[in-house]
Design a protein around this ligand. Structure first.
Ligand code: GSH
Length: 251
């Protein structure tokens, strides 16, 4: 695994007075550290895509700096545009190459770090892995809007919107199929891969909103939450100052 990333913040002149930014921009960018790459991230508490990209980079063993950006702040958005052509996080910069979009980051890092095991070695398992990553990337919008990632939150008795139930059932079916085919404890066997990073924010949502899940899914959730990388991310999320009260969709 990579050493702990160095943290940098990114922001414009308005940085001193964030309004409701989840990841307040604190200072002008500092001199570049020695890491081989950097990743733009926003809130560790709310940004599910930031978590996915960060986790993939960690699993790749990449040495990277974190560049925290505040997508809520107009000036910071201009800065993000320079850092990420989609104005979305995460965006990886590695040796002058910019990769935005989490799946593209995963595929790129799999090429750069072929021994990291980001994708399964078996071609059929690899195809399966890509298919369920694709499902996560382009789907489950009901779940994502009904149960936004909120690592500091804890909502026992939360009423899950009926349309999100369908997504939850499909995700449980995916996890079951993987457990049966590959034997766990991770989706594709003994080591976590890109698919586990893609589904990690689903795990945290299930726990935050106390979603009723069966024994197999619950064991998988425990496995993800026990990962040192997850512990590191969640500890940092809990230290974040700002809360977004009106949050009602995936951020
Ligand atoms: N499909 C993109 C999704 C990225 C995304 O939606 N990122 C959100 C944060 S979780 C974002 O940057 N939002 C910024 C904004 O809406 O201003 C990916 O795979 O990376």
């Amino acid at each position: 695994m990579a050493t702990a990333p160095k943290k940098r913040t990114q922001g414009g002149p308005s940085a001193a007075k964030p309004k409701r930014s989840a990841a307040p921009v604190r200072s002008a960018p500092k001199a570049r550290a020695t890491a081989e790459a950097s990743i733009t991230l926003s809130s560790k508490n709310y940004s599910a895509w930031s978590l996915r990209g960060w986790l993939i980079a960690k699993l790749a063993g990449l040495d990277f700096d974190e560049v925290m950006v505040s997508p809520d702040d107009a000036n910071a958005r201009k800065e993000i545009l320079l850092l990420s052509p989609s104005i979305l996080v995460p965006c990886l910069t590695h040796g002058g190459i910019k990769v935005w979009d989490t799946l593209a980051i995963g595929e790129y890092l799999n090429e750069v770090k072929p021994d990291a095991g980001l994708l399964p070695t078996d071609i059929a398992a690899r195809a399966h892995c890509r298919a369920i990553c694709g499902e996560m990337h382009s789907g489950f919008s009901s779940l994502r809007s009904a149960l936004p990632m909120n690592l500091k939150g804890d909502f026992p008795g939360y009423k899950v919107w009926a349309r999100a139930e369908g997504d939850i059932e499909r995700i449980a079916a995916i996890w079951h199929e993987c457990a049966t085919k590959y034997g766990g404890p991770f989706l594709f066997g003994k080591k976590p891969c890109i698919a586990d990073a893609m589904y990690a924010p689903v795990v945290t949502r299930f726990l935050t909103y106390h979603v009723a899940i069966d024994r197999v899914c619950s064991a998988y959730c425990k496995q993800i939450m026990a990962m040192p990388e997850m512990k590191e991310w969640i500890a940092a999320a809990k230290l974040e100052q700002e809360d977004i009260e009106e949050l009602n969709m995936e951020f």
